[in-house]
Design a protein around this ligand. Sequence first.
Ligand code: F6P
Length: 320
Amino acid sequence: MKRLAVLTSGGDCSGMNATLRAVVRAGLASGIEIVGIQKGFQGLIDRQYEIMTTRSVSNVLQRGGTFLQSARCKEMQSEAGLQLAIETLKGLGATGLIVIGGDGSLKGAHAIHQQGLPVIGIPASIDNDIPFTDMALGVDTALNNIIKAVDNLKDTASSHDRAFVVETMGRGCGYLAVVATIASGAEYSLIPEEPYDLELICSDLRRRFREGRSNSIIMVAEGAGKAQDIADQIKDRIGFETRIVVLGHYQRGGSPSVFDRLLGARFGQAAVENLLKGNHGKMVGLRASEIVLTDLAKVVAAGSRPIDPMLPLLASQLSV
Ligand code: F6P
């Protein structure tokens, strides 16, 4: 029987389990055995794996995180680590590998592909900074987590005429902060892609409170600043007691949204199907509701996906 290996790598996100379930069940339906590698590339180096059955993926669809566990693996960046990973795959008799993860993980996938092993990458990162896909896995659930938090904060903020600075994740990408601003009706979004003027924000905050607005929410992407620094600067400039919430890893967990469950199902099935067809060295992606393939080499060379400039524009137009 043919064997494919699958692993989840880098920061976990909701929808990884749904994707694993799709890989295992689509594989078994095509008569392919699936080996689950534990703890990402580290598991390939340390030979930690399990043979998956249809029951291995029962009852996982609704769970966040990844039951195979994940890791950020420095060793994979060395030639020795890469060769150990290849040896494990060969030893397992795996004729292909599916890597579910973010930009660093896709680099690892590409490195293995360059050694002649068939690989398909699946983009998974709440940051939504992976090029050649409109959405990565986990983004939609993370956004739902963020707006749920902001909705709650608005209740308490408006009971006290308060401003809140809410810090989102996203590494160097402001996608989560700006989309959450639009979707939650927050007032300001500070993102690394665009300069911001705290002086202007402060005078606008004053105007809002003069007009009797009961709350103001300032979203800040972690790549654009620290919530506490921004709150301190607001206090120093205009004396407002501004509270902060750093959402941190709360954003990454939780039961996946319908969107992420469906995306995981489609990505997982497409990864297996394309490996079996001999289309490898590719990343699956979503483009205007179609599943598309892009060469891993092109994905890795492109760097981070830029955010659509319409998003910050829309965020500022709608928050007056
Ligand atoms: O890339 C996903 C992400 O959640 C980033 O938004 C964040 O900066 C980083 O991972 C946090 O990494 P860790 O889980 O290793 O603390």
